[in-house]
Every structure is written in C-alpha cells, then in structure tokens.
Design a protein around this ligand. Structure first.
Ligand code: FES
Length: 572
C-alpha cells in the first residue's frame, strides 16, 4: 500500500469487532463524546506520550509542556491526543528505577503501536524515562520526536549555588565526616532542589537529554534549556509542529538512530563527561536496532575525544550554564571533525547542517575549544580482565588519577545489606589504601543493579580525612556522583561471574593505562572457590514482573534490556 493510501488518524488500526465499518463508526462516536468536532476527527493525529506522575518531581511542569506541544500540533493542522504511560521518578522507586525501565519501554512501544496516531511526541525527563521512551519508540518505529522537561535551576545556600545532586552528595559526605551538623544538613536539604525539572548537573537525565539531541531525535539546542524557562515552552510548541511535519515520512527512529548516529552520541557522551548510566542505555537502544555498543570501540572513541564541557560532577558549572553557553550544538560544533555529519535529524536536516546554522557565540568558560579542553581524553573507559571478562566501566573524569594504577587488598561486602551493616563498624578492618568491593548488586541480583556503586567511605576513614578510595562493584552509579569507582562488572556476581569469588584479603590490580582489572588469585584457587560456591542470583521469582525481570534481563553490555525485546530476539 502506498503511504498516501494508508489510513490516517482515527482510521488507523481499527479495533477488531469483525466489521470494520462498525469499528470506525463506533470509534468516531466515542471520540465525539470527548467533545471533538467532526473536522478535528478527520485530521491526522499526533500522540503525545507523557509520563506525568505525582511520584515524579522532575516531571512537575509536564502538563504545561504538553499543552504547548498541543498548540504546535493544532497550529500545524493535526489533532494532538495525549496519553500517559508508566512514569519513573528516580528517588521514589524500590529497589531501583532501572528495574522498571524495560516495563516503561514496553508500555511506550505497545501504546504507540496499539493506538491510532501518525506520529508521536515523547515527553520525558527523569533518568530512566528518556531511555525507556527512545527504546519503545525505536521498536514501534513510528515517526517520533523526543522532548524533555529540562533541568532544574540552581538554588542558593549561604551565597553558594546548589544543584541536585552533586551538591547533595558533597554535603552528605561532609555530614558523615562530622564537618556539618544536623541543623545545617536539614537546611541544605531544603535548598538542593528548588524548581521543577531534572537534576541540575550532568547527571543521567542531563546526559540522556544531551544524547537524545546528539542522536538527532530532539530539536536543536533543547537538551539544556531550564525547565522553568519560557523558551522550553516555545520549544515544546515547535516540537508539536515538527511532529506534524513527520507524518507520512520515513524519518522514523530506526532511520535516524543509525550506527553512525550512535557513535556521534558516544562522542558527545564523552565530551560532556556524561553519566556511566548512558553506556547502559545506549547499549539497550542499540540492541533494539540489532546493533551492539562495543566497549572496546568505546575506548578508542574515549582516547580520541576530549572533555569539553566543564559541568558538575566533574567540573564547576550547571546545566543552566550550558544552555546559556551555546548548548549541545556548541559542543557538537567543537567535535565536528570527529562526528558523522551526514546523520539525519527529526527535522530532515543533517547534524552537519544543524551545527552550521547554530549561533556561533560560545561561553568558553563552560564549553571549551577543542584545543583547550577540560581533559584531553574522554570521560569514560571500559576495563577488561579476569575480574570483568565482559567489561566494566570507570568514569575517569570523575576519578582521582592517583588511584589509576593501583594494586591493593580488598575488603569485600557480599550484598547491599552486608554493606549497610558493616561499612561504619568501628571495628571493620579497613585502611585508606584498601579497595572496597561490593558483590551481588548487578542486574541479576535481587536489587536489580541499583546506583549503589558509590560505596560510602567508611565513617572512621572519612573522619580521618579520606576523600576517595578505589571501589569496585557490579552496581551502577548516579551520574551526579564522583570518585574512583569501577562499575558494571560483567558478568555480575549473581550470575556466577568472577566477582562472586572475590574474598576479603585478595589483591586486585587496576590499570587505567592498560584498561585492565585483574584479580590476583591463582587459577586453581579460583577453580576451588568456583566449585564450592552457588551463584546468589535473585531467589525464585514466582510471578509477575519480578519473574519477567529475573528470567530475561541481560548483562550491562547489552544494556540490561530483556532478551525478548532486542531486535531479532529469537536468535538470542
Ligand atoms: Fe529525576 Fe535526578 S531525580 S533527574
């Protein structure tokens, strides 16, 4: 059927009652009950897929944003119809939002496919919502545009700018070290998150917004504009118009998010000193396209991509400063010699054309020139070795270079509970040059890979002035955190990976130079431990989503997606 001949709007995908004439008649009748005129119901439809929820502070301004999208859609001649999906508010979910990212992506995919719409605007913001929406949209493959709620603006405390959540951690570390008291930490708590929007630093939400823009799935310059800036509403209106322009085109997510576009996204991730979580989400998006994010290739890109953006947690500034400095287009222009400039964007223009038309003014304090970078090399490296045969990740831009070449004794925690119970025990046998290891916090553990890789410095060491230690786990880390922290060790301990055999007193050697992480234990001793250990995978999950997750979740290098959601799932 030619595209012109395909049914549009309300005529798409009629509900099956065995009589299509009746199905159309019934649908029009019920749609009319919502007050739409016949003229409106004849229009093509742009779905607005949103994730507003009382349990998601980052999406507080979403209703206003959705109204602005609707204005744009109506003005361009189509009918906007909003629909809700699962929402994932980072701090309101137990055990961790990552567990539910795939659930949200299934919701997004199936509701796009099942409901009558010709294009869709995806409105997300908080950490897992944008990856979930992109994953779902890639699989549904209807023309789609991403819009984000935008970052929070900073607050003030005693003359100092504060932004969630790097400053949350900084003050909490000072509180643990006894530098500030209960009264002061309570005051800070009220000043960290003072507006609508997502975390104000280059955490996971900001990173994923930047990546969505780098992939070409969002309007130019829209990643960093603050949630409360009127420009964000104008961008939302413009997004609605753009979505109408996509109707009937072949500019679907699978045509925009190509292997080359994914490589552009990795370059931008590295240049902005972005979150380690983005590696997982990009791997999951790639898997939906039948591609794999190659961690060895990540190292090649990391070695040739400078860090250009001076944002917290690795630098000094906040997302609102990046917006004012020129935004992601300014970063991409600085990287243009490294990018695939022919990649398409949702407007039909290429990344190269987008960069060229952007205002050339840049605030060089925030977005550096490529010959004066914040760091010469990219922010992330993948590590391999007998401890992580399938890879692990270190955010070197947030780590202490003094710990990059380190061999030391491990102090091992067998689970999150064990960590919570013992880390502050005054009798814990731990020293400043030890390595802290956490097991059973990976994707197949009961905790479903939480952001627990930022192991706290034991209180007695924190009070003695220790600020950083090498920490290793199969968990993730918040994009707002900092420290010398090796994450995503794969296979995870709960799957019986080598991490599960590490014991207190073992020696581990990290070499960032060699990209290696090795457990210095003789092979026959490892074999002996292996024979005597049963993997501590999540206990038998008997029903529902717990069962689905424990049966089908993949390891970090595949993005922790469910095997059956990846493209060509039958082959896996
Ligand atoms: Fe939503 Fe940080 S809690 S972006």
């Amino acid at each position: 059927m030619s595209d012109e001949a395909k049914p549009r709007g309300l005529r798409r995908g009629l509900t099956n009652y065995g009589d299509f004439g009746f199905s159309g008649y019934l649908r029009r009748s019920f749609a009319s009950s919502m007050g739409y005129s016949r003229e409106m119901l004849e229009r093509p439809i742009v779905g607005i897929c949103h994730s507003e929820s009382g349990f998601n502070n980052c999406h507080r301004a979403m209703p206003e944003l959705v109204e602005a999208v609707k204005r744009g859609v109506l003005a361009a001649g189509a009918l906007p119809i909003e629909f809700p999906t699962v929402s994932l508010g980072e701090v309101f979910l137990v055990p961790t939002s990552l567990k539910f990212r795939n659930l949200m992506s299934m919701d997004v995919e199936e509701m796009i496919r099942a409901q009558p719409m010709d294009a869709v605007v995806l409105v997300g913001g908080c950490d897992k919502t944008v990856p979930a929406q992109l994953m779902g949209a890639v699989s549904a493959d209807l023309p789609a545009i991403q819009l984000v709620t935008g970052p929070m603006s900073t607050g003030r405390y005693h003359g100092e700018r504060l932004g969630a959540c790097t400053d949350c951690r900084r003050f909490w570390a000072r509180y643990r070290a006894g530098e500030i008291d209960d009264v002061e930490i309570a005051e800070v708590e009220q000043r960290l998150a003072t507006t609508a929007g997502t975390c104000a630093v280059m955490g996971t939400a900001s990173t994923m917004a930047s990546i969505a823009e780098a992939l070409g799935m969002m309007p130019a310059g829209s990643a960093a504009v603050p949630a409360v800036d009127a420009l964000r509403l104008r961008l939302a209106e413009e997004t609605g118009r753009m979505a109408v322009g996509l109707i009937g085109s072949d500019l679907t997510p699978s045509h925009i998010i190509t292997e080359q576009a994914l490589e552009n996204a990795v370059r931008v991730l590295l240049a902005i000193g972005g979150s380690t979580n983005a590696v997982i989400h990009l791997a999951a998006i790639a898997g939906r396209l039948g591609l794999q994010l190659d961690l060895k290739r990540l190292n090649v890109l990391s070695d040739t991509t400078p860090v250009l953006v001076d944002l917290k947690p690795t630098g000094a500034f906040y997302m609102e400063d990046l917006a004012a400095a020129g935004g992601i287009p300014a970063v991409m222009r600085e990287l243009r010699h490294l990018l695939n400039l022919d990649c398409l964007t949702v407007t039909g223009e290429t990344i190269g054309e987008r960069i060229e038309r952007w205002d050339p003014w840049v605030d060089r304090a925030v977005v550096r020139a490529r010959d004066q970078p914040v760091q010469d090399e990219g922010g992330l490296v993948a590590l391999f070795g007998n401890l992580a045969p399938n890879g692990a990740i270190l955010k070197r831009s947030a780590a202490d270079p003094k710990l990059f070449e380190k061999e030391g004794r491990c102090v091992v925690f067998s689970s999150l509970d064990d960590l919570a119970n013992r880390i502050d025990d005054p009798d814990l046998d731990v020293h400043a040059d030890d390595i802290l290891v956490l097991k059973n916090a990976g994707p197949r553990s009961e905790s479903c890979m939480p952001e627990a890789g930022y192991l706290p410095i034991p209180k007695k060491l924190a009070r003695a002035g220790v600020k950083d230690m090498l920490r290793i786990s199969d968990a993730r880390m918040s994009g707002t955190a900092f420290g010398t922290i090796v994450l995503h060790v794969s296979p995870d301990a709960a799957s019986g990976g080598p991490l599960s055999f590490v014991e207190t007193g073992d020696v581990i050697a990290l070499s960032v130079r060699d990209r290696s992480i090795e457990l210095r234990v003789a092979p026959d001793e490892l074999q002996r431990r292996k024979a005597g250990t049963a993997p501590a995978a999540a206990g038998p999950a008997k029903r529902g989503y717990d069962w689905l997750h424990s049966e089908f979740v993949t390891q970090a290098e595949f993005g922790c997606d469910f095997r059956f959601l990846m493209k060509d799932a039958a082959d896996r």
